[in-house]
Design a protein around this ligand. Structure first.
Ligand SMILES: O=C(CO)[C@@H](O)[C@H](O)[C@H](O)[C@H](O)COP(=O)(O)O
Ligand SMILES: [Zn+2]
Length: 199
């Protein structure tokens, strides 16, 4: 019955969020510190991912540049998923696997952060972006799942790995969105001070 199926999605999603809260709180806090250090020294966050994770990259950039829940000075973030001319030119002339890494090499500066989002950790273009970020002396904040895949293995000790403990793409994406909101809220609370939770 469809209603039962729907209810199961809600229950499974809520269960995973409940289970992941404790293990993910530490790496998310490390992600907040990395982003805070970046923006307070004039840096920016470059964000990338495929499919639903491309939407997540854009969602994050919107809340960093515009606002999350509270008024504050604008913060630098660029989603590398949005410029169709750049993406089609690089995809057509080179390879789809380098659509993000070439943008990272073009725009990334030491001290910037790469927000690399992949539920499998195995998307070749996101992995190449991680490698390009390392070349540019950027810190990587990686959002993954399924054990972290190749991206998990490619990260440096100074990077941050937020790996959702689940194997289903949709469930991992649902937690990734929550993680992005925690990152925005964490940066805001460090910049503006703690405030009671807004309604
Ligand atoms: O949103 C979904 C599935 O929920 C899909 O669009 C999904 O994002 C795409 O299949 C991606 O290509 C998956 O890539 P990744 O998360 O493994 O890096
Ligand atoms: Zn949001």
């Amino acid at each position: 019955m469809i209603e039962q199926r729907i209810q199961q999605h809600f229950i499974d999603s809520a269960d995973l969020k409940y289970q992941a809260a404790q293990p993910l709180s530490k790496p998310i806090a490390a992600g907040v510190q990395a982003m805070l250090a970046c923006v307070t020294s004039g840096g920016k966050v470059l964000a990338c991912g495929n499919g639903g994770s491309a939407a997540d990259a854009q969602h994050f950039a919107a809340e960093f540049v515009g606002r999350f829940e509270r008024e504050r000075p604008e913060l630098g973030a660029i989603a590398l998923t949005t410029d169709s001319s750049i993406i089609t030119a690089i995809g057509n002339d080179y390879d789809f696997n380098v659509i993000f890494s070439k943008q990272v090499r073009a725009l990334g500066l030491p001290g910037d952060v790469l927000l690399a989002i992949s539920t499998s950790g195995n998307s070749a273009n996101v992995l190449a972006a991680v490698e390009a970020a390392h070349q540019r002396e950027m810190t990587v904040v990686a959002l993954t799942g399924k054990g972290g895949g190749k991206m998990g293995a490619a990260l440096r000790e100074t990077d941050v790995h937020i790996c959702v403990p689940h194997d289903r793409t949709a469930r991992i994406q649902e937690v990734h969105l929550l993680v992005l909101h925690c990152l925005c809220d964490g940066v805001d609370s460090q910049l503006l001070g703690e405030q009671e939770v807004p309604t």
